[in-house]
Design a protein around this ligand. Structure first.
Ligand code: PLP
Length: 340
C-alpha cells in the first residue's frame, strides 16, 4: 500500500527511536526536562522568536495561541477555509468563547490588507472588538499553497495598524519557507506567534511548537496547563523532535515528489490536477464521473491511499516514507483504477 493520506503517517526512523531511548529527562511541568528545554530553545531559533513551547498537537498549539491572545467575547478574523475553523471542532468557540468573522482568502487562502481592515471591529458599548487575526501557511485546504512572506507581512501589518495581534497556523510553515527559498524565520517575521508541527513533513512521531515573545510564551505555558497539555518526562518524545528540526531542507524532496505525482496524475483521462507548490496534490475527479469517495475507493483497491477533501476533490500528500519510485508507482496504479 502506498499511503498518501497525510504527511502525518510517517513512522520514526532508527535515529529517532534511539534518541528517544537515550533522552535525558526530567519533569517538564517543573521546567526540568533538559531535552524539552533544548527543543524549545532550538525551535524558537528556527523561527526567529524569543521563546517556544512544546505542545502535544498542532490543534492544541493553535488553540493555546488563540486563547493566550484573546479575551472572552472578542472577534477573531480567520480565512474561511482555514484549519482553525474547519478541523478543530469549533475550539475557537468552545475553548476561547470567540465570535468568528471569516474572510474569503480566494484561491490562495490569504486575505488582502483591505479585507483585514474591513473585517476589523472596534470595541465599544455594542461591539465586541477584534482580538486576533489568524493566518495559515501553507494553506492546507487550498492545496498546500505556499503564501509569500510579503503577503503575510501585508495582512499582518493591516491587523497591527488596528492594534490586533496576528497568529500564524504554520503547521507546514517550513514547507512554505522551502518553497519560497526563505528561512522559516523570514516567513514569520511580522506575526506575533506561530504554531508549527514536528509530526508532519519533519517526521517526528509526536508534537508541535508554539513560538512567540518571552512574555507571550510565559502566558501560553499557563494555558497549556489549563488545556491539559502539561507533560512530565516529555524528553522521550521531544528527542525525536530535535532531530526533526534538522529535516527542513529535506522537505524539498517531498515537493519534487509531489510535482512528479501531479504531472503523472494529470495524464490520466478525466482527472483535473492542481499544480502543487509544496507536498500536497489536489485532484478533481468530476471529469472522470467519480466522487472523491468513489475515486479513493478505487485507488485503495489498487493500493494507493488518499483523503477525500470535497465532493469531487481528493488530496494526496507526499512525505519522507515515500520516494520518487513510490509516487511514479502510485500514479500508475491510480491510472489503472480510474481507467478500468
Ligand atoms: C495538521 C494541521 C493542524 C493540526 O495539527 P494536529 O497535530 O493534527 O492537531 C493545524 N493546522 C494545519 C494547517 C494542519 O495541516
Amino acid at each position: 500500500m502506498i499511503d498518501l493520506r497525510s504527511d502525518t503517517v510517517t513512522t520514526p526512523d532508527d535515529a529517532m527511536r534511539e534518541a528517544a531511548g537515550d533522552a535525558e529527562v526530567g519533569d517538564d511541568v517543573y521546567g526540568e526536562d533538559p531535552t524539552v528545554n533544548e527543543l524549545e530553545a532550538r525551535a524558537a531559533d528556527l523561527v526567529g522568536m524569543e521563546d517556544a513551547l512544546y505542545v502535544p498537537t498542532g490543534t492544541m498549539g493553535n488553540q493555546i495561541a488563540v486563547r493566550t491572545h484573546t479575551d472572552r467575547g472578542q472577534e477573531i478574523l480567520v480565512e474561511r477555509e482555514s484549519h482553525v475553523i474547519k478541523w478543530e471542532l469549533g475550539g475557537l468557540a468552545q475553548l476561547s468563547n470567540l465570535q468568528v468573522r471569516t474572510l474569503d482568502g480566494g484561491a490562495r487562502g490569504i486575505p488582502t490588507p483591505e479585507q483585514v481592515r474591513d473585517g476589523f471591529v472596534e470595541e465599544d458599548l455594542h461591539r465586541p472588538g477584534t482580538g486576533l487575526l489568524s493566518l495559515e501557511n501553507s494553506h492546507n485546504s487550498k492545496g498546500g499553497v505556499a503564501i509569500s512572506p510579503e503577503k503575510i507581512d501585508a495582512a499582518a501589518e493591516a491587523a497591527h495598524d488596528d492594534g490586533v495581534p496576528v497568529h500564524l497556523d504554520g503547521a507546514r510553515v517550513c514547507n512554505a519557507a522551502v518553497a519560497h527559498d526563505v528561512s522559516p524565520a523570514r516567513m514569520v517575521e511580522n506575526v506575533d506567534s506561530v504554531m508549527f508541527c514536528l509530526s508532519k513533513g519533519l517526521g517526528a512521531p509526536v508534537g508541535s511548537m508554539v513560538a512567540g515573545s518571552e512574555e507571550f510564551i510565559a502566558r501560553a505555558r499557563r494555558v497549556r496547563k489549563l488545556f491539559g497539555g502539561g507533560m512530565r518526562q516529555a524528553g522521550v518524545i521531544a528527542a525525536p523532535g530535535l532531530l526533526a528540526l534538522e529535516n527542513v531542507e529535506r522537505l524539498a524532496d517531498d515537493h519534487d515528489n509531489a510535482r512528479t505525482l501531479a504531472e503523472r496524475l494529470a495524464e490520466i483521462e478525466g482527472l483535473d490536477v492542481q499544480d502543487p507548490e509544496t507536498n500536497i496534490v489536489l485532484v478533481n475527479t468530476e471529469g472522470a464521473d467519480l466522487t472523491a469517495d468513489g475515486f479513493l475507493d478505487a485507488c485503495e483497491d489498487a493500493g494507493v491511499l488518499g483523503t477525500p477533501f470535497d465532493t469531487h476533490v481528493a488530496r494526496f500528500c507526499t512525505h519522507w516514507d515515500v520516494d520518487h519510485e513510490d509516487v511514479v508507482a502510485a500514479a500508475e496504479r491510480v491510472g489503472e483504477a480510474v481507467e478500468s
